[in-house]
Design a protein around this ligand. Sequence first.
Ligand SMILES: Cc1cc2nc3c(=O)[nH]c(=O)nc-3n(C[C@H](O)[C@H](O)[C@H](O)COP(=O)(O)O)c2cc1C
Length: 307
Amino acid sequence: MIETDSPYFLAPMAGYTDKPFRYICKKFGAGLTVSELISVNAIYYKNKKTLKLLEKNDIEKPFCIQLFGSDADIFLYAAQSVEDKCDCIDINAGCPVSKVVKTFAGSYLLKDKNRLLAIVDKLKKHIKKPVSVKLRKGFDENSINSMDFYKELENSGVDFITIHPRLRGQFFKGEVDYEHAARVVDTLKIDVVINGGIDSLDKLDKVKEITKAKYFMIGQAAIDKPYIFKEFIKEKEMQKDAKFIKELAKEHFLLMVAYYGEYLAIRNFRKFFHRYAKGFRFAKQLNKEINECLKKEKVLTVIDKLD
Ligand SMILES: Cc1cc2nc3c(=O)[nH]c(=O)nc-3n(C[C@H](O)[C@H](O)[C@H](O)COP(=O)(O)O)c2cc1C
């Protein structure tokens, strides 16, 4: 495993884990931050929007870039072009979205395990930085990963894996098979990061007990409460009053303005504000107001109304 200050990692989430949000999570103690999934083809064609996704904050150490694709040679080209911008390259073998699966990438790689192994093999032969794989427990009921498959992955030299033990059809919700994850931890010598449904201290304890793993990755719960990393590290819930949430939301929004410019920041911040507003009085009204904001000052005024 690469060296990290904390065993609680931020999951890659397209549309959410951009540079500003990763800064917020890192400040709360996320041990590893990962880029959103990035297309190897887009890197190959030097797509401008994609290249911006590779930017990171100075405090993101270690930082992992997650790539998705299906062709081992293009994968290697992309990995080599981004290797010096990160501390680890992660191969996406879990994305359930049709647009990705149709191109034989993401969770499709669990139906075509030889293709996945070929990508790992190619990267491990030519990439100096650690290489990891983030995968589900299978594509569907007919392709659940055997322990032999995990051993093959380990033998291919992969440095660690992250397991999200759901099937492709479950997308990001529903039962998480921690027992499957526990078998993987028990089978492999390399580290296994556990991901899926870890949203509270109680849940973390339960997952630790079942899986006996050392590393955990948090996705959707971090969007609701980016301070969850601090709570996990301190093993204690934090006091979160309106002042705290307002300051957090403002800092987050201003980071977005610096990164995206005012126009895009206002639009991209709306979904985060809806999370920050959860549980506050008048949340419904404030969510409506934030959706109508067109100026930075107006956004800050709406944030101030959280009470
Ligand atoms: C909106 C959204 C976007 C996601 N994007 C990615 C992605 O780019 N790469 C990836 O490996 N997983 C992605 N995931 C999956 C998460 O990394 C994680 O595996 C999943 O949400 C389960 O963890 P959780 O229950 O803690 O959220 C995404 C999930 C969500 C909800």
